[in-house]
Design a protein around this ligand. Structure first.
Ligand SMILES: [Zn+2]
Length: 320
């Protein structure tokens, strides 16, 4: 199920971008010959006015020197006009869409949980059969939960078995500070993909917790977006659930949901947004069936951005 459709908009807006056009974006950007528009771009990070436009096919030549622009910056490069911003977003969108089905998404066979626990000698075949029958009769609940309920194993053993199954560590939740971690990924991803940012270690490693299955696609997306190494692991259900609920009730940076009717419409919508807010950096990364555009309005100082200086757009393109 598409992520956006399973997440009814509350504080966020959802709209179609069919009517947007670049002329509108360009109009919001008056050219003031001889003056240097600085906007919210902080000194020291502003791309030089005489730097080359990052659009490989830019046709403005020296013309851009007369354009009073220093932003927006998209994926580390400045673009001289709305048309060049659109061209760069278009290239990034194609890159992200073309990468679908690549490495982390390829299904890898895993030994079923019950067999993993039998292999470890933690349960007998009779205990496994009884749990499977109870699960089938009830029509709900995970196998691990039934095994715990029937006192065949402890909750810790289930988490350890999940760790063996996923070849991942079991992570703890000491000193968890949800409020301090909300700038790492949008609430929608925490909610829809069951991810829980646990902590950032030595300013370089983000520990990302999951309850019963890892999400390598999300982990890679966060790694690329945040430029942090992401270590995924499993967290025991009884401590994961309350922490996840607490995290969801924390205050996250603003997010806007966009459903575009086509890829060109999405390029236009994102261009309009970047031209309007003139970020000092922005990046576009696909996460499962949606695209995540993150905007930095101010330079990031340290491993975590200031939650007040970033905005997220989560976008999907309607299937025809
Ligand atoms: Zn250009």
């Amino acid at each position: 199920m598409p992520v956006l459709s399973r997440y009814p908009s509350g504080e966020t807006q959802r709209y179609s971008e069919a009517a947007l056009n670049l002329a509108e974006a360009a109009e919001s950007l008056p050219v003031e010959a001889g003056s240097h528009r600085r906007g919210r771009v902080a000194a020291g990070v502003r791309p030089g006015l005489f730097e080359t436009c990052a659009n490989a096919n830019c046709r403005s030549g020296w013309l851009h020197l007369w354009r009073s622009r220093s932003a927006p910056v998209f994926e580390g490069g400045w673009s001289c006009s709305a048309a060049c911003t659109a061209a760069r977003i278009d290239v990034a969108l194609r890159r992200e869409m073309d990468a679908r089905g690549s490495a982390p998404e390829i299904h890898r066979h895993r030994i079923p949980l019950g067999l993993t626990m039998m292999e470890q000698g933690w349960i007998t075949s009779a205990q496994l059969r009884r749990a499977l029958e109870a699960q089938k009769a009830a029509g709900c609940g995970r196998l691990g939960q039934w095994l715990v309920r029937q006192s065949a194993v402890s909750e810790q053993q289930v988490t350890r078995a999940l760790g063996l199954q996923w070849r991942s560590p079991v992570l703890g939740l000491e000193f968890h500070d949800p409020e301090g971690l909300t700038a790492l990924l949008p609430r929608l991803f925490v909610d829809a993909f069951g991810a829980l940012p646990l902590r950032v270690a030595v300013g370089k490693i983000l520990y990302l917790g999951f309850e019963d299955r890892l999400d390598p696609v999300l982990a890679l997306a966060v790694e690329r977006m945040m430029r942090l190494r992401v270590e995924s692991g499993l967290v025991r259900e009884s401590i994961f659930r309350p922490a996840h609920t607490r995290m969801l009730s924390a205050k996250f940076p603003p997010v806007e949901l966009i459903e575009a009717i086509s890829e060109p419409a999405l390029v236009q919508a994102l261009t309009k947004r970047l031209e309007k807010c003139r970020p000092v950096e922005s990046r576009l990364i696909r996460v499962h069936d949606c695209l995540w555009l993150r905007i930095w309005l101010r330079p990031q100082r340290g491993p975590l951005p200031d939650a007040g200086s970033i905005q997220d757009l989560i976008c999907s393109v309607c299937a025809r």
